[in-house]
Design a protein. Structure first.
Length: 172
């Protein structure tokens, strides 16, 4: 399993360190300019959270992909546009319609579920790295899906992870 140290998030193990990612044999498609752009607008979590989870609902999608291969290409490109490092991807076609898939990132994941019968797609991006910038990726998906509306919810994740001692039981 690839472990990439991120100095930006409490010594965590999932943010991009370009040299480590490349030495593990994972191609980083971003140019130095793209990396600099992402660093310029990086989010500083500024607290003890382990990451941020973005939930997107895209409505009135008049151009949803009908094949898993096509959706995968778009999702991988969206992930790259956020500044993430793609590790792997898997997608599935349902019968009679609908697609689901996940792009595994060195920084966490980007997932999608589509409902063509409702012209709807739900996308979630979880990142434990504050240098991931979701907006370019979601704008790309809005454009390629021809979405008329995008709703978003952002949730901090793992807010209490650093506060729990080994003797404490997490609440359910």
């Amino acid at each position: 399993m690839l472990q990439v140290k991120c100095p930006a998030v409490n010594g965590g193990s999932c943010c991009q360190n370009r040299e480590v990612v490349q030495s593990a044999g994972i191609a980083d498609p971003r140019t130095d300019e793209e990396l600099a752009d992402n660093a310029a607008v990086a989010r500083d979590f500024g607290d003890s959270r382990l990451g941020q989870h973005f939930l997107y609902e895209l409505y009135a999608c008049h151009n949803l992909p009908r094949s898993a291969e096509r959706l995968q290409r778009h999702m991988v490109r969206a992930a790259e546009l956020t500044g993430a490092t793609v590790v792997n991807a898997t997608f599935h076609e349902f019968s009679p319609h609908g697609l689901s898939g996940v792009v595994i990132l060195a920084e966490s994941h980007l997932a999608v579920h589509t409902w063509p019968e409702y012209d709807c797609a739900c996308v979630d991006l979880f990142s434990c790295c504050p240098t991931i910038v979701p907006e370019p990726g979601i704008e790309y998906l809005r454009d390629v899906f021809s979405a008329g509306r995008v709703d978003v919810n952002a949730l901090p994740r793992g807010m209490h992870a650093n506060r729990l001692s080994a003797d404490e039981e997490p609440s359910e």
